[in-house]
Design a protein around this ligand. Structure first.
Ligand code: ZN
Length: 474
């Protein structure tokens, strides 16, 4: 059904009908005005109708029909946050299942909300690492602005989080917190395995040696060499985590989901390692919401798990039990498309988990382009091939571009199944920074996806929904 204000807006602006959309779920009424999300020639605007519009605090253009049309600026987002508290991110604590959906383009959120709003997991809708921000030319503030406006656009009131993902320094964490982020993922990779300046093995002997740990129906014990190894690998990371917890998290003045990430390193986190880290955190009084171990095998970007499923399941069960015992969620990073392991993750965590995905939503955007505009897809593909080598500096993947069939041999109809192959997926997964860095391609990508947004959202609902279903949290 057409929105009652659409025709008025079309006439007043002198636009054609296709140029103006009013999102039906967005409308909210206040005592002396109503607020709506409009899209005019591909650009989103807040539309205020009613005599109170000019006193609302929103800045925009007063139209001749008395409506106020406001751009989606940061200042207007802050006014929106004040009026509608559910457009502000929140923390979810140690029990609630959460699912992170990074959105490199800043346009996927309506699809993410539709996929997650009826699931058992709360969505972490803003979730970008520093690396992704650098490669896409966005900022923490913009990411949260885009998400807040989309939450309003969808009329979603179920609550969402904002994750400053893979932060490595106190300055980065302070920046994310100042921008209103409610989850901090501390990436310890730069201090893992770098010896130990602080934690003495001597001081931790009685905590670990000559005793058993009984966790999840299983006995664990440390030998002297286990303990030495744990201290060497994780000693500095624990020191860093404690500093961040005391200087940033505790002093933030609000609830923060604090995740410790020890996944982006070469050292596989054994269950015994995890037990050591958990025990150290407890003894230092550091409360985390979730912990991301580095699992055995490979969780590569955008493709299924590579490795021994039986071995993984044995360790996963122990990691989940340790996390549960110490009172936090197990976090699964690079969770995009790990379909063969989702059922065991769901089973062993029993929904006490956090999952991070990001690249897969970008790949669904690429698939939408391949479906709607094959010639644009072909341009992206050429650019991706030309920059694959350079992109491997940012991401570790096993893709072999020699195995990718020449695009000239693939018909338009076959592009989607071609894109489902691991090598093609990884090619396009890791080269997004180069594709978006080309001004002409960038504009074409955004224009196409804006025009075909409902197709993109439907694809996201299906694809993220498949993740949730296999995890048992749909
Ligand atoms: Zn990670």
């Amino acid at each position: 059904m057409k929105h009652p204000y659409v025709n008025d807006l079309i006439d007043t602006l002198g636009r054609s009908g296709e140029d103006v959309i009013l999102y039906p779920s967005s409308s909210v009424s206040f005592p002396d005005f109503s607020l709506h999300m409009a899209k005019i020639s591909g650009e989103r605007h807040l539309l205020l109708v009613g005599e109170g519009a000019s006193r609302s605090g929103f800045r925009g253009e007063l139209l001749s029909n008395g409506m106020l049309l406001c751009p989606t600026t940061h200042d207007n987002r802050l006014i929106l946050n004040g009026l509608i508290p559910t457009t502000v991110p929140q923390a979810f604590g140690k029990e609630q299942a959460t699912f992170g959906v990074g959105d490199r383009l800043g346009i996927a959120t309506p699809g993410h909300i539709r996929a997650l709003s009826r699931s058992r997991a709360k969505p972490i809708l803003a979730q970008q690492s520093k690396r992704e921000l650098a490669l896409t030319g966005r900022t923490y503030e913009q990411v949260l602005d885009d998400v807040s406006f989309s939450v309003f656009q969808e009329g979603y009131t179920g609550g969402f989080g904002a994750d400053g993902d893979h932060l490595k320094s106190i300055e980065e964490i302070r920046e994310a917190l100042a921008c209103g982020y409610t989850m901090i993922t501390l990436d310890c990779s730069s201090v893992i395995g770098k010896g130990t300046e602080h934690l003495s093995v001597q001081g931790s002997r009685e905590r670990y040696l000559d005793r058993d740990f009984y966790v999840g129906g299983r006995d664990y014990s440390f030998t002297e060499s286990d303990l030495n190894r744990c201290v060497l690998v994780y000693g500095n990371a624990l020191e860093f985590a404690e500093t961040v917890y005391r200087e940033c998290i505790l002093t933030s003045g609000k609830e923060i989901d604090f995740e410790l990430s020890i996944d982006e390193t070469d050292s596989v986190t054994t269950p015994l390692d995890h037990l050591f880290v958990a025990t150290e955190l407890l003894s230092r009084g550091v409360e985390i919401t979730s912990l991301a171990p580095r699992f055995a095998g490979e969780f590569q970007k955008g493709i299924d798990y590579i490795g021994d499923l039986a071995l993984l399941e044995g360790e996963l069960a122990q990691h989940a039990a340790i996390a549960d015992h110490y009172g936090y969620k197990l976090s699964i990073h690079s969770g995009s498309d790990k379909f063969s392991v989702f059922p065991m993750i769901g089973k062993h965590t029993d929904g006490r988990l956090h999952v991070k995905t990001s690249g897969t939503s970008w790949l669904e955007a690429v698939a939408t382009i391949a479906h709607c505009d094959p010639s644009l897809y072909r341009r992206l593909h050429e650019c991706a091939l030309a920059n694959f080598e350079a992109a491997t500096a940012f991401y570790h993947v096993s893709a072999d571009i020699e195995r990718i069939r020449p695009l000239s041999a693939v018909s338009d109809e076959d592009l989607l199944s071609y894109l489902a192959l691991d090598d093609s997926r990884q090619l396009l997964h890791i080269t997004y920074g180069f594709l978006l860095g080309d001004p002409e391609l960038r504009r074409s990508i955004y224009d196409l996806l804006s025009a075909q947004e409902e197709i993109y959202f439907d694809r996201l609902v299906g694809h993220i929904g498949r993740h949730l279903h296999l995890l048992g949290i749909q």
